[in-house]
Write a protein that binds this ligand. Structure first.
Ligand SMILES: [Fe+2]
Length: 491
């Protein structure tokens, strides 16, 4: 009876439940993962409706969903400098098993999230199943695909970016953005709060740990290093906006202290290894790239495409990828990244002229480095490239000097570009122009990948609509890859 009044008083401190943006986990390792939440009883108000002071909070990790067997707990605080977000790097857990986590602040408990540790590096797992998703324009549709993704049995989800879109309200959106185009830290925070208020997105985060990256829309459309072309800000001015965008990204993502924003820089690329089964290199194809050649867009190649100085990943990142590809410590090498690596001809109609059209914002605009990276894959016969950005599903082959050296799976979008269609009018022409391309589907959804020591399977999961809630899920296609042979088999 003594504790009764205290609990009532504590709970009354919240005018609304503070976990309005859900919980999340990320960057799983054999001994732990990050757990995340943000206290925001009024998520679209300044400071999420929180007082501008630090709020103490506690966290617990349990072996069971009912929290009878608590294996780790601790105290932390939610600070206003970080939008009252909480990041805890949980360590000391057992490998290769599920865990459950929750937070408590001022008498109010969070929903329960589920995470999973990786197997130890020295292990030889027989099976891995993970998901991949991204490109979730709020205005273009509902996150029904995330609702289905939450129900999958997965070790983790790779997010290839465009978690938010920076634009102001569209003309005729499915759901409207709140606020104008993003510029200040508060703008970016409020946009993350809007997106993360979605119940289906919250379900996916609560169900699986994520490895998140970013692409362009977390900052500004098609930004490239210190350059952006939408608002023509000088580089030193643009870096200030990027600093705000990066801080808000860090605040809202379940990432480790290694991804702490350092001025206008942020260490995004990082790796993970699932026993000896698969090594994942999560790339950063935005922060260090030189500006897109030929003024960006879909255009015929200009001289800049073959400039030896042009690069889409930094020299240090390229050296890191090269080294990882040659380590030989995993059955599969995975480059999990943002923009297409295949160099495709994008002429879609007979009106498109006599010359190949390249997507200059993709690796195709950076041909010398693209060739160098592909040459490093020669003879490995175990490389899979995972890509986002295109808002369309693709599967194809990557070539080094006319020989396939890797496969590339391009995931569609969760919502961006709306309902779409199975086979767009231009699909047969693009397939005909590009023999290395094997599959096109322009519906919304996500991928699941089943990885075993000798075979990789990618499942293209699509929903029949995102313009209204309740879209139905189906498996549109599965492609299998045999280790030792860079080829795609329709399964
Ligand atoms: Fe996108």
């Amino acid at each position: 009876m003594l504790t009764g009044p205290a609990i009532v008083r504590a709970q009354s401190r919240w005018r609304a439940q503070p976990y309005s943006l859900g919980v999340a986990s990320g960057d799983p390792a054999p001994d732990g993962f990050v757990i995340w939440t943000r206290l925001a009883p009024a998520p679209l108000e300044p400071h999420g409706g929180m007082p501008i002071k630090a709020i103490p909070a506690t966290w617990e990790v349990a072996a069971d969903e009912g929290f009878r067997s608590i294996v780790a707990r601790g105290a932390t605080e939610a600070r206003p400098e970080l939008a009252h977000s909480i990041h805890v790097e949980v360590a000391g857990l057992a490998p290769d098993r599920p865990y459950f986590y929750r937070f408590e602040a001022s008498g109010e408990r969070s929903p329960v999230g589920r995470a999973r540790t990786f197997p130890i590096l020295a292990s030889a797992p027989r099976q891995l199943r993970f998901g991949m998703a991204g490109c979730q324009d709020w205005q273009a549709g509902f996150y029904t695909a995330y609702r289905h993704l939450a129900g999958e049995e997965l070790a983790f989800v790779f997010h290839y970016g465009d978690y938010i879109y920076e634009y102001g309200p569209d003309g005729d959106p499915v759901r409207a953005h709140v606020g104008d185009v993003l510029m200040s830290l508060d703008d970016y925070r409020r946009r993350y709060a809007l997106y993360k208020s979605d119940a289906d997105l919250q379900r996916a985060h609560a169900a699986h740990p994520f490895f998140v990256t970013f692409d362009d829309h977390e900052v500004r459309n098609n930004w490239a290093g210190d350059t952006e072309r939408e608002d023509h800000a000088p580089p030193d001015v643009f870096r200030l906006r990027r600093q705000s965008a990066f801080q808000a990204w860090y605040e809202h993502m379940p990432v480790r202290r290694g991804q702490w924003p350092n001025g206008s820089a942020l260490q995004l690329y990082r790796g993970a290894r699932f026993g000896n089964l698969a090594r994942f290199d999560f790339l950063d194809t935005r922060q260090f790239r030189t500006p897109q050649p030929c003024g960006d867009g879909y255009k015929p190649a200009c001289a800049g495409v073959n400039s030896g100085n042009a690069h889409i990943i930094s020299a240090g990142e390229e050296a890191w990828v090269n080294r990882n590809l040659r380590l030989g410590d995993a059955r599969w090498n995975v480059l999990a990244q943002q923009v297409m690596m295949m160099l495709l001809d994008w002429r879609k109609t007979s009106m498109d002229g006599p010359r190949k059209l390249l997507n200059l914002d993709s690796w195709a605009g950076y041909e010398i480095q693209r060739k160098r990276v592909l040459a490093r894959m020669r003879g490995l016969n175990n490389v899979v490239v995972l890509t986002g950005d295109e808002h369309t599903n693709y599967a194809g082959l990557l070539h080094d000097r006319d020989r396939p050296v890797a496969v590339e799976f391009v995931g569609t979008s969760i919502s961006s570009d709306g309902n779409g269609e199975d086979s767009p009018a231009w699909a047969s022409r693009v397939l005909g122009n590009n023999p290395e391309l094997k599959f096109i589907n322009n519906q919304r959804g996500y991928l699941t990948c089943d990885v075993s020591p000798d075979e990789w399977r990618s499942n293209f999961m699509v929903v029949d609509r995102v313009s209204t809630p309740g879209g139905q899920l189906s498996k549109r296609a599965t492609f299998a890859v045999t280790r030792g042979e860079p080829a795609l088999h329709f399964a």
